[in-house]
Design a protein around this ligand. Structure first.
Ligand code: PLP
Length: 372
């Protein structure tokens, strides 16, 4: 029998996949975490042109092309008024690799990483792969992460805490005051604040704020083109932080990846520096669908804290609801897939056509009535 590492034996394939596999082929899938829009054509064209010119035939610099990193730096200036040196950026294979680099580079065996519960599945798994101990903390009743809860969970063994706003799976957005608090906690306790901002452009109320606006030394930001430009298949993200942190993350990236895919780098550069109206159109469409979902859930008698961002809603659901939905042909993800405190909730991804969404909400109302 092959022998595997304890680290890999400590994790398993995400519960989300299992749900997809349980559903029939014709099911309405509200489990997917990706926008249902095409990648902007100027991004595709840039990749095709770069391929034809032969610009993608070789490795790029480990950190990614300078032109891409300049486009990312310009994005940070434009959106947050934060000046980032293109040298302090690594282009990665999606936000996923960026999270991996950050945790590998900062977490020692046995050290703790405070993560939101419910939270995105990778925080727990990547912490364990790095040899660390995830410390899941519950959210407020409105499903936002309370800085006071995070601060109370910090011990001498804490290497990092993770902030994700707008959040997967809850769709909630951290207030500016909370974001300032996260920055203060990182500074005062001298621990890393790992801020996952992949949904930053999809905010319906208030504004997105990054801890990087208030603290530079102890904040590492992970972001990606995946959601903002509907480029999940291209696998292009990035990580930024202080120079010494980037240097350590580059050591991991260099051996695990060498460089991000060159065609994707050209597409991302065009997406980030080209017209941004596509992003606003997606945002507006998600907001309309969010309203449809909230109305449908209220009609079904399901309580749901109002999500202010991303494209997820997380209602409280009765026992048996998720299985009943799957039996009736609608896939939603059980909240328990995102942590112990997600039990009793379900995640609905509304990155789906409005008519399909209405049909699914009708089925969900029937499912809720059937299991009550
Ligand atoms: N962070 C969050 C909160 C996500 O929801 C996802 C993907 O669903 C990622 C990171 C990873 O994104 P990518 O596709 O860029 O690897």
């Amino acid at each position: 029998m092959p022998k595997f590492s304890d680290r890999v034996e400590a994790i398993s394939i995400s519960g989300i996949r299992e749900v997809f596999e349980a559903a029939g082929e014709d099911a309405i899938n509200l489990g997917l975490g990706q926008p249902d829009f095409p990648t902007p054509s100027h991004a595709k064209d840039a990749a095709v042109a770069a391929i034809r010119e032969g610009s993608t035939d070789a490795y790029t610099s480990n950190k990614g092309t300078l032109a891409l990193r300049e486009a990312i730096a310009a994005k940070h200036e434009r959106d947050q008024g934060v000046t980032v040196d293109p040298g302090d950026l690594i282009a990665t294979s999606g936000g996923s690799e960026a999270l991996h680099l950050a945790l590998e580079a900062h977490v020692d065996v046995g050290e703790e990483v405070v993560i939101p519960d419910p939270g995105f599945v990778s925080y727990d798994a990547l912490t364990k792969l790095a040899g660390g101990e995830p410390v899941p903390v519950p959210l407020r009743e409105d499903l936002t992460l309370d800085p006071a809860t995070v601060e109370a969970a910090i011990t001498d063994d804490t290497a990092a805490f993770v902030v994700n706003s707008p959040a997967n799976p809850t769709g909630t957005v951290a207030s500016e005051d909370d974001v300032r608090e996260f920055a203060r906690i990182a500074r005062e306790h001298d621990v890393l604040c790992l801020s996952d901002e992949v949904y930053e452009h999809f905010v319906f109320e208030g504004a997105h704020h990054s801890p990087l606006e208030y603290e530079r030394e102890n904040v590492v930001v992970v972001n990606a083109c995946s959601k903002a430009y509907s480029m999940t298949g291209w696998r292009l993200g990035w990580v930024t932080g202080a120079t010494d942190r980037i240097e350590r993350m580059l050591r991991v990236h260099q051996y695990a990846q060498a460089c991000a895919s060159a065609p994707a780098q050209f597409a991302a550069e065009a997406a980030l520096s080209g017209p941004q109206d596509v992003v606003g159109e997606m945002r507006d469409s998600f907001e309309r669908r969010r309203d449809v979902v909230l109305e449908g859930l209220a009609d079904a008698g399901l309580d749901c804290p109002t999500p202010q961002g991303a494209f997820y809603a997380m209602p409280e659901v009765p026992d048996g609801f998720v299985d009943e939905c799957i039996d009736r042909g609608v896939v939603v993800v059980p909240g328990g897939a995102f942590g112990e405190h997600g039990e009793g909730y379900a995640r609905i991804s509304y990155a789906t056509d409005e008519d399909v969404l209405r049909e699914a909400l009708g089925i969900m109302a029937d499912a809720a009535a059937a299991v009550r």
